[in-house]
Design a binder for this molecule. Structure first.
Ligand code: ZN
Length: 329
């Protein structure tokens, strides 16, 4: 019996069980559809599956060291083909699909199967999807198609109904910590988890994004300034936001989450299963629930003002005074 080895691919237990079943039945389907939003690991899983399908170890696949695995890992396996999208939309062109379709009926060069990866197939227009239909109606005996898409609803019914749909899910905070494995960035990981949920790709991207890291530190400074007796502190803390609308929106979102966490803490309500940040703990200790709730609501009002293009300098100074007032100064 062949087992699938998922090492390096975190979370998604239900999906892993399903894929393991497909492997152990020795009847891997002609087409699988990996479905989920950007950042959940569809492409990584597609390449892992492709490697498993050409692995020659015959036990736990991919073994990582047979000839098939080595060539798959370096992108040199003759039986793994990735259809590249092109142009602004990233759609796979009709001509590429036609070529792929002809190729799929030719037997593999060295593995038992030929694997075709079609990334972001939902961007591919119906005409190109149509060109591909024959492969679903009369599947080439040795070919496996791995289709990735944000939503399978964008695929033609015939493709959707003849492929096995495998949805990817978000990771838990602990799983994200394992994937990113950088204890020094833990505050950033926790904040990003609140914003992006368990989307490891988006979290990793946001940590690389110095702008986002900057927003986290600005929001921390604003929160500290709210607890400070000096009026100037909040003005200084918010100064880097001057004229930066997008940044201001992110900061307001981060502030709102801290107020919400602090409110949940002070009311003894269990928050969203996330460890509260030290500053949220301090806010909960120093401000009463009524003020935390007013601060939370004020963030939403400020965001609305920001999105309605209220004069940026005015909005910034209004943010400082209104947040200070609501924190009891
Ligand atoms: Zn192998």
């Amino acid at each position: 019996m062949v087992l699938m080895n998922f090492s390096g691919f975190a979370g998604n237990q239900a999906l892993k069980n399903r894929i393991s079943e497909l492997f152990s039945s020795n009847r891997f389907p002609h087409a699988v559809i990996l479905e989920g939003e950007k950042g959940l690991g569809k492409k990584r899983l597609a390449y892992l599956l492709a490697q498993a399908l050409v692995c020659t170890s015959g036990e736990e696949v991919p073994c990582g060291h047979c000839g098939g695995c080595v060539r798959a890992k370096t992108g040199n396996h003759p039986d793994i083909y990735t259809a590249e999208g092109s142009g602004k939309t990233g759609a796979i062109p009709v001509a590429a699909i036609r070529q792929l379709k002809e190729d799929a009926y030719i037997l593999p060069s060295e593995a038992e199967r030929k694997v075709y990866i079609l990334p972001d197939a939902d961007r591919t227009l119906p005409a190109a999807q149509n060109a591909f239909l024959k492969c679903f109606e009369e599947p080439p005996p040795a070919a496996v198609f791995i289709i990735t898409c944000a939503t399978s609803r964008a695929l033609l019914d015939t493709i959707r109904s003849r492929g096995v749909i495998l949805p990817l899910s978000e990771l838990t905070l602990d799983e994200i910590r394992q994937v990113i494995d950088n204890p020094e960035r833990d505050t950033g990981i926790v904040e990003a988890f609140r914003i992006f949920g368990g989307n490891a790709g988006k979290i990793a991207e946001s940590l690389e994004d110095t702008e986002f890291a900057g927003c986290i530190s600005i929001s921390e400074n604003i929160l500290k300034a709210l607890l400070s007796p000096k009026e100037l502190d909040i003005v200084l803390a918010s100064a880097p936001l001057e004229g930066k609308r997008e940044k201001l929106n992110t900061v307001l979102e981060l502030l709102a989450m801290s107020f919400r966490d602090a409110l949940a803490l002070s009311l003894g309500v269990k928050g969203e299963a996330v460890t509260p940040s030290p500053i949220a703990l301090e806010l909960a200790k120093k401000l009463p629930p009524s003020q935390l709730s007013a601060l939370y609501e004020q963030c939403a009002a400020l965001r609305e003002g920001n999105n309605r293009f209220v004069n940026a300098a005015l909005l910034n100074s209004y943010m400082c005074s209104s947040l200070r007032e609501r924190s009891g100064h």
